[in-house]
Design a protein around this ligand. Structure first.
Ligand SMILES: [Zn+2]
Length: 427
């Protein structure tokens, strides 16, 4: 891996933390339901929206573990509940605040130092990422163009880059995005890692897919939320628009206008899965969807990175039925997962959203699939399977990036083959 030297780091953001949300003695539990009635107990707990429980993964089926972050004042009641119902559980992270502080120390050292560069050994701030994108456009002026995909409620721009290595790829666009959910830091780091590899790698497979597509890459599509996770609340997920007196943000991946708010989202503004008052209520999803529409006919693959759970997910989230070209895309996803596992043995599950994780509506992927008729639309849930959850140590950024790129190469080679078989116009 060649690392692009990065000398433009300017500490433009204050590191002062005004009102940091702390997670002292918050504990991440893993609960493993052994029967359908235990699954139902956990589902009831999640849907009751009681304060003090943050479901990092969701009740799904017998034997499928559920990760729940529990506030100190709720620990004895959840333990009572698990013991009285004989639900098996384990502690995954005893004190989440300690883990957040370890991570912040590493990030801050790099941020202040400014010389460490974009080395994928810590998680970058929004300004660092944007400075780097702009630097790439001057370092590779014939290949890289900075593009603005939209705006945010706090007035930020949603910046990305378009890569075009050679003419003739106009109708073979690949879209990558990440950090629609602010706390899923590994997703943005993986996207910037892949972007760097597309520009610098000499691997024949990477070069083939890099050179033969136009790329639209947006590492952070919820910049307000992402910055907030660095300054104030590491576990923030949503946008930052104010709703009422005390609630902030809608879930930008429940806000898109396909089957909006018809399952797996909330109408409660304080909920982490708040769908918003209407579809595209968030300026981020509204503006980005307009941009996507403007280039939609050129996109052959839409890929969105999230974390965590190690899955490659297909449309749709509202039904477990296998719609559109499910079988073809699932085949592509499975081959991608095989390629991903080769390097380190990391195992990914492949399937549609509703049957693999849970019913969820209003996602970007489903809207893109339905509205733009993109042949291949996929969502990655990156590392890990819960040992660190959203707080994935930064020393996993490069391994995650490498294995994800392995799978992406396979997925795009298979996508090209699919399109040729369809006799689509591929110039
Ligand atoms: Zn997510």
């Amino acid at each position: 891996m060649k690392i692009i030297p990065f000398t433009l780091f300017i500490a433009t953001c204050s590191l002062t933390i005004a009102s940091e949300v702390r997670y002292d003695n918050f504990t991440l539990y893993r609960l493993i339901p052994k029967s359908l009635s235990e699954v139902n107990i956990l589902t009831d707990l999640e849907t009751s929206h009681l304060g003090g429980y943050d479901f990092w993964t969701h009740p799904k089926d017998v034997g499928v573990s559920v990760d729940v972050l529990v506030s100190p004042d709720k620990k004895s009641s959840i333990k009572d509940m698990m013991n009285s119902n004989n639900i098996q559980y384990e502690v995954v992270i005893e004190n989440v605040q300690e883990k957040i502080e370890e991570e912040a120390k590493l990030n801050e050292a790099n941020f202040k130092g400014g010389k460490v560069g974009f080395s994928w050994t810590s998680y970058a701030r929004i300004d660092q990422i944007y400075d780097w994108l702009i630097m790439l456009s001057s370092q590779y002026p014939r290949i890289v163009t900075v593009i603005e995909g939209g705006r945010t409620s706090e007035g930020r721009r949603i910046l990305g880059v378009k890569l075009s290595f050679q003419p003739g790829n106009e109708r073979r666009g690949v879209w990558l995005d990440s950090l629609i959910h602010a706390r899923e830091w590994i997703a943005g780091a993986t996207t910037t890692f892949i972007l760097n590899e597309l520009l610098t790698s000499t691997d024949p497979g990477v070069r083939e897919v890099a050179d033969n597509h136009d790329w639209y890459i947006f590492p952070v599509i919820n910049p307000d939320g992402y910055e907030y996770t660095h300054t104030t609340n590491r576990l923030w997920r949503k946008t930052r628009k104010q709703y009422g007196v005390v609630c902030y943000g809608a879930d930008p991946n429940r806000n898109w206008g396909f089957r909006w708010n018809t399952g797996g989202s909330s109408s409660q503004p304080c909920s982490d899965t708040y769908a918003g008052p209407n579809s595209f209520s968030e300026i981020e999803t509204d503006t980005l969807s307009r941009y996507l529409r403007s280039i939609g006919q050129n996109i052959v693959a839409y890929i969105s990175f999230h974390s965590y759970s190690q899955m490659i997910l297909l449309p749709y989230g509202h039904t477990a039925r296998h719609l559109d070209n499910y079988n073809q895309v699932r085949g592509i996803g499975l081959r991608g997962a095989q390629s991903l596992a080769k390097r380190y043995g990391t195992q990914y599950v492949v399937g549609n959203v509703a049957e693999t994780i849970y019913v969820a509506t209003g996602s970007s992927m489903d809207w893109v699939k339905d509205t733009l008729k993109v042949p291949v639309a996929l969502t990655y849930e990156l590392r890990d399977k819960g040992n660190n959850g959203f707080l994935l140590p930064a020393d996993q950024i490069i391994p995650s990036g490498l294995e994800t790129l392995d799978s992406l190469v396979t997925i795009l080679l298979q996508t090209d083959r699919l399109l040729l078989n369809r006799n689509r116009t591929v110039v």
